[in-house]
Write a protein that binds this ligand. Sequence first.
Ligand SMILES: C[S@@+](CC[C@H](N)C(=O)[O-])C[C@H]1O[C@@H](n2cnc3c(N)ncnc32)[C@H](O)[C@@H]1O
Length: 229
Amino acid sequence: MTIKGKFYGIGVGPGDPQLITLKAVEVLKHVDSVAVPKSRMDRESVAWEIAKVHCPLNIRLMELEMPMTSDEEVLQAAWQNAATQILDVLHTGKSVAFLTLGDPSLYSTYTYLLNLLKKELTPGQIETVPGIMAMAAAAAKVNQPLATGDEPLLVLPGIEGVDKYPEIPNLVVMKVSRNLPEVLRNLRESGGRAVLATRVGQVGEEIRELTEQEEMGKVDYLSLVLINR
Ligand SMILES: C[S@@+](CC[C@H](N)C(=O)[O-])C[C@H]1O[C@@H](n2cnc3c(N)ncnc32)[C@H](O)[C@@H]1O
């Protein structure tokens, strides 16, 4: 059961509606409203596509506009606006579940919203429900570990140079659409195995090993690379 006036941050997993936790499903079945961030209002949210099969048909959907921009002022205003809309609903005693792709704790815009809501709500009014991260789903698809034994694992947000950490054998490069040529250059220099995973568990899923000769064009934003070297 969901609690009146409570805010839930729900990790819905990477794409496959079966890769969502029982706990998340339980919240989605009983919550009053579901909030989804949208970079473009004319497109369906991927997180909502995953979650909707678990929600009652009459659930209230709140679409929160989040422009894809690095302009801090624009982003702050959008998050403040989203927080205000959510607080308005919570103050009427209704519960709200905000959806995030994968897990809410990893490079998720949920964090910005959470920081604003923490100023207005008590800790007991906020519950974050973890989800399966895209990197775990990608590793599972290729039946490979992310790390074994005492090996370290480094997760990069894509903008950092992968060649800065030559001693780390296992890397995950998120948001890789920003710098795939750099990943490929590093692969040629250091050897090793790299798997490009796009839209894991979603329509358009593509998973393949990258070769040293590879010439890459643009890749989908929902792509990551697993490197073992
Ligand atoms: C803003 S981060 C969100 C990460 C997410 N919170 C998680 O736990 O996986 C977005 C990046 O996650 C990765 N990503 C998310 N979903 C993915 C999927 N289904 N397949 C491949 N990569 C995905 C991509 O690297 C994308 O650029």
